[in-house]
Design a protein. Structure first.
Length: 317
């Protein structure tokens, strides 16, 4: 009697998204790849600024103090221009990219995510199947919200890490304060509000171009309001962040910056071997961040409720 053949090993398949989740991911895979590329490139820029990108400016700070930071900024191009290669301006660029991403999320939600499907009839086709309009919209909002939250959350963590390590390399003025108050949990909530704004615009207008225009304009106003309005950043109403600058002698003693600039003779006369500089934490950072985050999330919840209300009215008409 022949021996029984050994049973073939059972292959365990990895869990994969199914149903509406898989449909949303597949339908909007191009947007998903673009978002992933944005997150990867921006994270790479932040890590470069945290590591090798800071080396030259850090050396100038250690050698000449704040005068070295100024020297690096003013010899790298026109400060604040898109052609400036100064560390100060590169430090600010990821914040601008996050604002652009927030705007793009609103436009995407208004166009590709909602109004285009209503305009070409694919949404109603899905509703005639086993998918209810409410489930359709829930998936349309939940999947992008998870992806956007994960991406912006990662970038905010990296940005706060960069701030803690190298904010001392920024030029003093209104810029560091605006950046300090711009990066936090509210930065994660802002694109979620854009997602809700875009959904409402897309569902209400049901035409791609008008929905894009309305959602883009509304999210641009949100970005401008965040930057200029009390009690959030209020860049024009509040003083600069406090800075603590010290020169260190060869004995380790801290003295005020003697203002030697790049004069080695002056540095030797004061026995200065290196410098330290840091922006002091602001006690109102977390109250403002939590208030702003709460306002943005509350507005998001209200707009999501409005979106479901508009959908219910459209689907029953």
């Amino acid at each position: 009697m022949s021996a029984a053949a050994p049973a073939a090993p059972v292959r365990r398949a990895l869990p994969a998204p199914r149903g509406l989740v898989w449909t949303v991911l597949r339908l909007h895979r191009t947007a998903l790849w673009i978002w992933t590329g944005f997150v990867v490139l921006t994270a790479g820029l932040l890590l470069w600024l945290y590591g090798p990108g800071a080396g030259h400016t850090q050396h100038l700070l250690d050698t000449y103090g704040y005068a070295g930071v100024q020297q690096d900024a003013w010899t790298s191009g026109i400060i604040g221009s898109p052609f400036s290669g100064s560390y100060n301006d590169l430090f600010q660029d990821p914040a601008s990219l996050l604002n652009v991403a927030s705007f793009a999320v609103a436009v995407f939600a208004a166009g590709s995510l909602t109004s285009r499907e209503l305009e070409n009839g694919t949404a109603r086709l899905a509703w005639t199947q086993s998918v209810t309009p409410a489930r359709w919209l829930a998936a349309k909002l939940a999947v992008p919200a998870l992806v956007v939250t994960a991406g912006t959350g990662l970038l905010v963590v990296l940005y706060r890490m960069l701030w803690s390590a190298h904010s001392n390399l920024l030029l003093a003025g209104i810029g560091p304060r605006a950046l300090y108050f711009a990066i936090g949990p509210a930065t994660v909530a802002a694109p979620l509000l854009g997602l809700a704004l875009g959904a409402v615009a897309g569902l209400a207008l049901r035409r791609t171009l008008p929905a894009l225009a309305v959602a883009g304009t509304a999210q641009y106003a949100v970005i401008a309001f965040r930057a200029n309005s009390w009690p959030f950043q209020g860049r024009y109403q509040q003083p600069e962040l406090s800075v603590r600058s010290r020169a260190i002698t060869s004995t380790g003693k801290e003295i005020p910056d003697p203002g030697c600039y790049d004069s080695h003779a002056c540095l030797a006369r004061h026995d200065v071997v290196r410098f330290t500089r840091q922006y002091l934490p602001s006690p109102d950072y977390w109250p403002r961040q939590l208030l702003e985050t709460g306002v943005l999330l509350a507005a998001t919840v209200i707009l999501v409720a409005v979106a479901f209300g508009v959908l219910r009215k459209r689907s029953t008409s």
